[in-house]
Design a protein around this ligand. Structure first.
Ligand code: M6R
Length: 624
């Protein structure tokens, strides 16, 4: 959460400020409560800040343009300490005007630093970053050098941070440090950049240097130096890489929102996840495995840790992995996991699922699992992310960049990766015969085309969403693998359309939730395939009857050719059926979620909401 971008160039111009603003536009997915940019102009900081989305900062800059400068740092904020306000917006300038600081993360001992080190200083605000900016300037006065001040600072603070700092008396360099929050350098021709995500500078350069955990960087327009927290210089050759995508991936490409674009990219996301690492002889492998494969034969439990949508993909994974590999699978919200003394030991495989790979709750769960002796495996979309680096094994989802806050294509790619992992484990552990695995892989490979077919109903679902834009409450029901899909459908609708929605296990209905069904209540029901687990199918039909008889309005997601519901569609009770191509129940999750994603995206569109940047949210939750 929070986006950082900074730039230092060879000469004074509008470039540094413009590049920072543009970078912030690309980083806005990380937070959009307030934003600000500071430059050094004639030995003073020139700073503009605004509350709300970047549009407000843009107006501010337009009404009084920035002066020319060779150095700038900007920030877009997702509030943790302190409300969204100008006072709390970054960059923070120390009271003596010497230091400008932008920060992503939380400094947990800020109050202690304030009371022990800054007793005589009257701060204008009280956020952790303001305290650190002040303390950094004090250390700078002591050491006379921003790099030395930063090296002293990082030894005294706890928490998580990506810092970018400027000293008003030295406009030649930007000093940064990283601990538990991402930062990456962009190497340009006559300028260098630093940002939370390469998206902020990919328009200008594809040459990147990742700042690794617990490193400090000193960046001049023609020089980059990296140090560890002990102050020793580091050779960073192995941290350099080329960005292999271009800025078009970060544009909407003519769609009304990134979310719509990303839903439409789902067939490609699944295809790339299946074929991304190549499969030899019908066998899937992992992208990285740092321990002996035989260890996987010894594990007696899998625990999936994840948050939000990624956790829902974990619930889907449980069905497939337990069924194919005959190994118990627990799924747990990462933020709950380590607080309940979970049984995790050297025979446990902990799978962490994450789009960003930077979700702090998930990272902390992984760290806890490692301390208990478990092996960890990441299913992650962001190569080089903290989760990618810290886990003992990795399986990438090749969904491509996901920009909309509401996760769609990454979710589908996560489920696909879970199937791949399940089949890989079944093969390594000898749970399935090779021909059985091959037949499942063949079916998995049909999913991209089937997804493309589901997407043909986009306009139909959109038209239905238009009629429902004023609906105040929507329920989602599913059984078996349809249950996590119901949870995910409800999450999508609440997070971007602000409609109260809940997902239920269909069988749970009669144990309480049915009390809220009254005339007109809209209920989405996911009907499983008729010929695969017929008993689940007939139970869901019974649940539909229960809702109809209490006046509920039903929308069904069902398999093509399932005519058990046609009569109810004609006679009333069922308002709409969206059909998906036939597939086995375990794979149906990938197809069933799509109409629900389109529905949420379209309702938000017709309500005139900001689909890609829903209120109070941010794309990566890098704080606990
Ligand atoms: O980056 P991650 O996959 O770890 O993020 C986990 C959740 O924060 C994320 O899925 C969140 O629930 C999304 N807003 C859902 O659309």
């Amino acid at each position: 959460m929070c986006g950082i971008v900074a730039c230092v160039t060879s000469k004074k111009s509008d470039f540094a400020a413009d590049a920072c603003f543009k970078g912030l536009e690309y980083l806005e997915y990380r937070g959009y409560d307030s934003a600000g940019i500071s430059l050094i102009v004639d030995g003073k900081f020139e700073t503009k800040k605004a509350v709300g989305k970047l549009e407000s900062l843009k107006k501010e800059i337009k009404s009084k343009p920035f002066s020319k400068s060779n150095i700038a740092a900007g920030h877009t904020r997702w509030a943790t300490h302190g409300s969204p306000s100008i006072e709390n917006a970054h960059p923070h300038i120390s009271t003596n005007g010497r230091v400008a600081l932008v920060h992503n993360g939380i400094i947990e001992n800020a109050a202690q630093i304030k009371s022990e080190k800054l007793q005589n200083i009257k701060l204008t605000g009280n956020t952790d970053t303001q305290i650190v900016a002040e303390y950094l300037s004090m250390l700078l006065e002591e050491t006379g050098n921003l790099q030395n001040a930063m090296t002293k600072l990082v030894k005294q603070i706890d928490g998580s941070w990506a810092f970018v700092a400027m000293d008003v008396k030295d406009n030649s360099k930007i000093v940064c440090s990283r601990h538990n929050s991402p930062l990456v350098i962009g190497k340009g021709e006559s300028e260098n950049f630093i940002a939370s995500d390469v998206i902020a500078f990919v328009e200008y350069t594809k040459n990147a240097v990742e700042i690794k955990q617990d490193q400090i960087a000193v960046i001049e327009w023609d020089n980059i130096k990296l140090f560890n927290f002990a102050g020793e210089q580091i050779d960073y050759a192995n941290q350099e890489y080329k960005i292999d995508w271009n800025i078009d991936a970060a544009k909407k490409g003519g769609y009304s929102s990134f979310m719509e674009k990303e839903i439409r990219e789902e067939p490609a996301a699944v295809r790339n996840t299946i074929y991304g690492r190549g499969s030899q002889d019908g066998r899937f492998g992992l992208d990285r495995l740092d321990f002996d494969e035989n260890y996987l034969k010894l594990i007696d439990k899998i625990t999936v840790v994840a948050c939000g949508t990624a956790a829902h993909s974990g619930y889907v994974a449980r069905f497939a992995i337990e069924h194919w590999c005959k190994i118990p699978v627990e799924v747990e919200f990462a933020h709950e996991f380590r607080y309940r003394d979970p049984i995790v030991n050297s025979k446990t495989l902990v799978i962490a699922i994450s789009q960003s790979g930077e979700t702090m709750d998930t990272l902390q769960a992984v760290r806890y699992a490692k301390q208990q002796g478990a092996k960890t495996l990441a299913i992650v979309n962001t190569l080089g992310s903290a989760l990618d680096r810290e886990c003992d094994a990795v399986l990438y989802t090749y969904a491509g960049r996901e920009i909309a806050v509401a996760s769609t294509k990454a979710f589908i790619a996560q489920i696909t990766a879970c199937y791949i992992l399940g089949l890989y484990l079944a093969e390594v552990r000898g749970n399935l015969f090779l021909d059985e695995i091959e037949s499942k892989i063949r079916e998995l490979k049909t999913l991209p085309d089937k997804l493309a077919k589901v997407l043909q109903s986009y306009d139909d679902i959109k038209a239905f969403a238009k009629k429902e834009k004023n609906t105040e409450s929507v329920l989602f029901l599913g059984r078996h693998i349809g249950y996590p899909i119901a949870l995910e459908g409800a999450l999508k609708l609440k997070e971007i359309a602000y409609i109260h929605s809940e997902g239920f296990a269909a069988g749970e209905l009669k144990h309480g939730p049915i009390a809220i069904i009254e005339k007109g209540q809209l209920v989405f029901v996911i009907v499983p395939p008729k010929n695969d687990r017929a008993e689940v199918h007939s139970k869901v039909l019974a649940n539909i009857e229960e809702i109809i008889s209490r006046g509920g309005r039903i929308v069904v997601i069902a398999e093509e050719g399932d005519n058990s519901l046609s009569e109810k569609l004609e006679k009333g009770g069922i308002e709409k059926i969206f059909f998906r191509p036939k597939t086995s129940i375990l794979f149906s999750a990938v197809l069933d979620i799509v109409p629900l994603q389109i529905f949420a995206c379209s309702v938000a569109l017709f309500k005139g909401l900001d689909i890609d940047m829903p209120r109070n949210l941010a794309k990566s939750v890098t704080v606990e």
